[in-house]
Design a protein around this ligand. Structure first.
Ligand code: BMA
Length: 326
């Protein structure tokens, strides 16, 4: 049985680990894949989410515009490397004016569940909270109720119902550059009402000592949900956003079985260390190929551009287990 439970994706973007590379995650040689000015109106394109779509790829992108307003744009790609973004921001449709009212949106995640692509993002509604919407075709987008009251960020759906309910991770926060933050689990019978909240995990030492937040849609493996997440350290120069991984129980995902004490990736390249917000590596999406165990994840670099990095599932699970401190 393959380790990843899911579809095979023969055209997953992929590059073998360079010889001599000692880390469990390696970057695409031609990073960044999306420049800040792909659109004439974009100041920066980062923290974005992609999924397989009709044999190719589609996604929802965080584009901060040249007024420095935070917007979401849809995009399509034949190969996962070269993207065409819609020049106009996404306008969500819905029956209730109060629900579709738009302030700002950022840090989207996209997750296929059952029959459609759900989008969750940090949605402005009297402060940041978790917006939920869906699309079938990345052309028309529909908005549901916000999942929570403000303030909350990093809402990440699981790709299937768990014990009969939709399931989401999120990170309660404040209205600013929150100096705290733990990951919680919530469930819903209908994608509208969310409850039965459970604590999943909190801050730890070093790279994850200030706050943590879920990254891409959790990856189902035969050993548990593989969660790639970000962790923040406060240095004398500000926040540093690194990436770690954890393995959550399949039926009770609030139970953390393993969690990396070291990071699996931290901002070290020039495009992660220099930009509008220096020292940020912020993963929001992962493509997986169950046939080969390949994982390609997309991450925001320095709040400016988008990068691609790779890992092999068995090697990553092994690393998480061997370097775990729960
Ligand atoms: C967080 C979010 C992310 C951003 C990060 C670093 O609070 O706003 O979008 O990448 O800060 O600035």
């Amino acid at each position: 049985m393959p380790t990843i439970i899911g579809e095979s994706l023969p055209n997953i973007p992929w590059e073998d680990k360079p010889s001599g590379c000692q880390s469990v995650v390696w970057r695409y040689r031609h990073n960044p894949i999306i420049p800040r000015d792909l659109l004439p109106t974009s100041n920066s394109i980062f923290n974005s989410a992609v999924v397989p779509y009709k044999g190719q790829f589609a996604g929802v992108f965080r584009c901060d515009d040249i007024r420095r307003e935070m917007q979401l744009h849809s995009g399509k790609s034949k190969d996962g490397y070269h993207w065409t973004l819609s020049p106009e921001r996404i306008h969500f449709q819905g029956d209730d004016e109060e629900v579709i009212r738009w302030e700002y949106g950022y840090d989207p995640r996209v997750c296929w569940i059952e029959d459609r692509y759900y989008i969750t993002w940090c949605n402005g509604y009297h402060g940041p909270t978790i917006g939920v919407g869906y699309t079938y075709d990345f052309e028309k987008f529909f908005k549901l109720e916000n999942a929570f009251l403000p303030f909350n960020r990093n809402g990440v759906l699981f790709p299937r119902k768990i014990n009969g309910h939709y399931a989401m991770l999120s990170r309660p926060s404040d209205n600013g550059h929150t100096p705290f933050g733990d990951i919680f689990y919530s469930e819903s019978p209908d994608m509208t009402f969310w409850g039965r909240h459970r604590f999943v995990m909190g801050t730890k030492g070093g790279w994850q000592s200030t706050k943590i937040g879920a990254g891409p849609t959790p990856i189902e493996t035969k050993e548990g949900w593989l969660l790639i997440y970000h962790g923040v350290l406060t240095s004398c120069n500000g926040f540093v956003y690194s990436t770690g991984a954890a393995l959550l129980d399949l039926d009770k995902p609030w139970r953390v079985m393993y969690r990396t004490a070291p990071y699996i990736m931290s901002p070290q390249t020039i495009y992660e260390c220099v930009g509008d917000v220096p020292n940020v590596a912020f993963p929001c999406a992962a493509l997986t190929d169950s046939a080969t165990g390949r994982i390609a994840f997309y991450y925001g670099c320095a709040d400016t551009v988008t990068g691609l990095a790779f890992a092999q599932v068995d090697e990553l699970l092994d690393f998480v287990k061997k370097n775990s401190e729960v």
